[in-house]
Design a protein around this ligand. Sequence first.
Ligand code: PXP
Length: 281
Amino acid sequence: MRSGNDLVLASDGPSQLGIGIPEDYYSPMTARLNVNIDHVATVRQARRAPEPSVVAAAMACEQAGAYGITIHLRGDRRHIQDLDLQVLRQSVATYLNVEMAATEEMLGIALHTKPDAVTLVAEKADEITTEGGLDVKANISIVRATVARIRQGGILASLFIDPDPLQIEVAREVGAQQVELCTAAYAETTLGARAIHGEGSVKASQELRRLRDGAALAKQYGLHVAAGHGLTYRNVGPVAAISEITEFNIGHNIVSRAIFVGLEGAVAEMRTAIRQGAICK
Ligand code: PXP
């Protein structure tokens, strides 16, 4: 059980405590929150206008205590643009995680701009959002080679995968330092009142168990464990209670909430939701 004092310390992100604090100063407490700001760019791209600025959004998230910023540079450039990555690399003072497909083009961009972390994801041309985790087993050669080059570039290599023991095993085998467990299937079970009763509640529990077991296995393999996709203020708590998960990447729900309470308020609310979930460990 954590002490109240721990939780107070955990609520202070790097923007308040200063960069250079060892990473494990945070990890035994509340999981870190990286805010995915893709959908700030989605609004901007709807008009090809200068506003809203992704840099201003990143600064607001950092001010509100986000641990870092996450962006997804998609092959079709539907939201984040190459220039956004360059400018964010220069302006994000905390931690910049870039999600991308394992292609030569993306690898070249990553090695040139040097984010703090690269998360390799599966990408389909016509998908609305990322659909499930990367099949590392089926793409083992390309993923192994890409991970090696990311690491040689001094960048943390993370793989976005389903909480499947085989994928976790192969993630370790190809040299990834971190896995981000895909929470989409769990999130799906929590929509509306589905998770509260009957079959919905059984499915939600099954998906949570998969995440719990996956996180434990990944940690046992010495991997850092992150999680994300489809997480909301309402469903993040039980996932935040999984102590092996030390990082969250959350976007759509925070940006949606920001329309009503502003980005700083929305980030603060998500940090509170994560912290409250962690208290239930
Ligand atoms: N993690 C990964 C790997 C993603 O692809 C996404 C969506 O871009 C997220 C986290 C964030 O998902 P959401 O926007 O549903 O919070």
